[in-house]
Design a protein around this ligand. Structure first.
Ligand code: TEU
Length: 550
């Protein structure tokens, strides 16, 4: 069995990774070109976001055909070559399976719209409450009602995401069988990993108005979710002990995650949860500008760390993905302490209990974009909210400022390979603009510099392989209440690890109260971690990993 606790996953957003043919869109052959780069980082898996045939309304999360590769990304032969070439380098592929919804161009939905009853049952059609009034008041995650009216049937269909992404009806056993077929097809191609998109939304409890919110309580971690996952596991990936799975869990609860990702393993290997990334929201409201809450960030991360461990369940640990702004801008200081804070943030994640995920460019310290105009955005969510915020009374400038900070496009600009034409991403014109700082933040420059963010990430990956305490150890929060320090201990069979981080751009003298005898420093982002007795004197964003073997 693959030991995913010792593994690190690298996430690729193919559209923005490397364009091999000059059309401005990244592609599978572009990934093949860069496999040696990925190997140098030392990771075990590549998770690629969807590259199946799709109208690309939501960049591939709107799947038209689960069995075919979108020609813009390449061919099945390209995929097979990628899989072989990755395999030669000890890297496995993890595919992204979107099963909560399809594209409205998927043949199942087309047949449904033609009135084919069999396929209408693949989706969720309901009568309105009254003429012109949708079945419930649920809101789409991308803004507006979650129901779309179809005149021909005088009915509405449910779409928790974009109107072009109708939700599948998992209550229908035929739908579940079709999904099993898709997973088996890709298993047949030798795929050893799956990421399941918003998988905890597939079981809806009741179609009722939500008087307390946007409807999420009726479909998040729904009544049959565990049953559906167990069934999928038993019928597909559960038959191959080498396959690793991760579920993307939207607004989930700890209690459900104990079950989703339990070591006993009847559902998934691990889960992504997002509570720690809502610390710069107001409650669930993302489209506001508030400073992030450090204490809350720590509380949430520690709670997930310790509770999941107590219940023998496994986390995916991460800061970044294609839906999130860049972490060095968000929780670090990209202006004054770019390198220090990027390294510190990497250390915090990689020494935790869980499988770390690195999102393309994070290992270079890529930052958010200095967007100047709304025309620079591509994401459907950003463009929808730009309008919605103005409908709520904000000026275009106020709306723009909010989008600028929270837009998913911050994480979607092209990978910065070098300081030449379009950062080495394409020979043509990229589908979304390159971040202007590519002249100094890029792979070529950082691979030459042993002091770079890239080298720091490389060391973090090495440490997980070398020290069992990082992969398997228990985790204990340290100085939980401290307003500036993020520290924790890990212990495992006589090995001890102490991870100390200053989360702010000012010095701090921290009396840890710990006995530091016998500890050696195995990783730092300044030279010479300053500690005297149990007292640390930490510089801005300083980070140190201390190790001791009994
Ligand atoms: O994301 C689910 C999801 O909940 C986020 O898109 C979230 O709604 C958004 O960041 C809130 O602001 C997954 C994919 O990762 C995302 O790219 C897709 O757009 C989405 O599902 C629909 O498939």
């Amino acid at each position: 069995m693959t030991d995913f606790r010792k593994s690190v996953v690298y996430q690729i957003y193919p559209k923005s990774f490397r364009d091999s043919d000059g059309d401005g869109l990244g592609d599978l052959r572009g990934i093949i070109e860069k496999l040696d780069y990925i190997r140098e980082l030392g990771v075990d898996y590549i998770w690629m976001t969807p590259f199946f045939v799709s109208p690309q309304k939501d960049n591939g999360y709107d799947v038209e055909d689960y069995y075919r590769i979108d020609p813009r990304y390449g061919t099945m032969e390209d995929f097979e070559e990628l899989s072989r070439e990755a395999g030669k380098r000890g890297i496995r592929l993890m595919l992204d399976m979107v099963f909560n919804h399809t594209s409205d161009r998927n043949q199942w939905f087309r047949k449904a719209l033609e009135g084919d009853e069999k396929y209408k049952q693949f989706y969720i059609f309901r009568k309105g409450k009254a003429p012109g009034v949708p079945p419930t008041n649920w809101q789409s995650k991308f803004g507006g009602s979650a129901w779309e009216y179809v005149e021909k049937f005088d009915e509405y269909y449910l779409h928790l995401f974009d109107v072009s992404q109708p939700d599948l009806n998992w209550e229908n056993p035929r739908v579940r069988q079709e999904i099993q077929k898709v997973v088996k097809f890709w298993m047949g191609k030798g795929v050893k990993g799956f990421r399941f998109d918003v998988i905890n939304l597939i079981s809806k409890s009741a179609y009722e108005d939500d008087d307390q919110g946007d409807g999420r309580r009726f479909y998040t971690d729904g009544p049959k979710i565990h049953q559906y996952l167990e069934e999928l596991n038993a019928a597909t990936f559960g038959t191959d002990a080498e396959i690793v799975t991760v579920g993307e869990m939207s607004s989930t609860s700890l209690e459900n995650c104990y079950q989703y990702a339990n070591e006993e393993g009847t559902e998934l290997s691990m889960v992504f949860s997002f509570h720690h990334l809502k610390v710069d929201f107001m409650g669930n409201e993302k489209w506001v500008l508030v400073p992030y809450d450090f204490r809350k960030l720590k509380d949430i991360m520690f709670q997930w760390q310790t509770s999941m461990a107590e219940h023998h369940a496994w986390n995916a640990v991460f800061w970044c993905n294609h839906d999130q702004p860049r972490v060095v801008t968000r929780f670090g200081d990209e202006k004054r302490y770019w390198k220090e804070s990027a390294k510190m943030l990497g250390t915090v994640i990689h020494c935790l209990r869980g499988t770390p995920y690195i999102y393309q460019g994070e290992e270079l310290g890529m930052t958010n974009v200095d967007f100047r105009d709304i025309s620079q955005f591509r994401d459907v969510e950003s463009l929808n909210y730009y309008q919605i915020l103005q409908d709520k009374g904000l000026t275009p400038e106020q709306a723009f400022q909010i989008i600028r900070v929270h837009s998913r496009d911050n994480g979607r600009t092209p990978m910065q390979w070098n300081d030449r034409w379009e950062a080495g991403f394409t020979d043509g014109t990229p589908w979304i603009g390159v971040n202007e700082n590519y002249r100094y933040i890029n792979a070529e420059t950082e691979q030459r510099d042993e002091n770079s963010v890239f080298f720091h990430y490389k060391k973090l990956v090495e440490l997980r392989k070398k020290y069992d305490v990082i992969a398997y150890g228990d985790v204990q929060p340290v100085a939980k209440e401290h307003p500036q320090v993020f520290a924790y201990r890990r212990t495992w069979k006589g090995e001890e690890l102490l991870v100390v981080n200053n989360f702010y751009g000012k010095d701090v003298v921290w009396e840890s109260g710990l006995d530091l005898d016998g500890y050696e420093c195995i990783l730092e982002n300044y030279s010479g971690c300053r500690r005297e007795g149990g007292v640390f004197t930490l510089r801005p964003y300083e980070s140190a990993v201390l190790y001791k073997k009994a």
